[in-house]
Design a protein. Structure first.
Length: 132
């Protein structure tokens, strides 16, 4: 999640070094049939308890196309969302498609609101895990 300064794990779960705190993980998928299926499988894997060394913050779904989400994809999103702690749906951002990044200052209010909420949730999780 480059927009939030995270590190990508490229289709695998991270594994912390011995003694290191459990990493906070955010699943990221495009809101397409293929992306939602991959997210569903990852959520099932996590829910099965096979990765106790990670803290799953939730799932970020990035719109697969501009415009309204098709009913079948919206329904699949609702089902998958029930299996993860939080779900954030980022609307279509043309700049991401064209350049791979987006300027916060010029970003539309909708996407900025979703990404801000996501960043705040991650910050909160990290602060809960930091010894006082």
């Amino acid at each position: 999640m480059e927009l939030l300064g995270g590190l990508e794990c490229h289709h695998r779960w991270p594994f912390p070094a011995p003694g290191a705190p459990a990493p906070v993980v955010i699943l990221l998928a495009r809101q397409t049939h293929r992306g939602l299926e991959a997210a569903r499988l990852a959520a099932q894997d996590w829910a099965a308890g096979t990765h106790p060394e990670v803290v799953l913050a939730g799932l970020v779904l990035v719109a697969g196309a501009p415009g309204k989400t098709p009913k079948s994809l919206a329904a699949a999103t609702r089902v998958i969302s029930g299996g993860v702690p939080h779900t954030w749906v980022v609307p279509w951002i043309e700049e991401l498609r064209l350049t791979g990044t987006a300027d916060w200052e010029s970003m539309a209010p909708g996407p900025r609101k979703v990404l801000t909420a996501l960043g705040e949730a991650v910050d909160e999780l990290n602060s809960e895990r930091t010894p006082q």
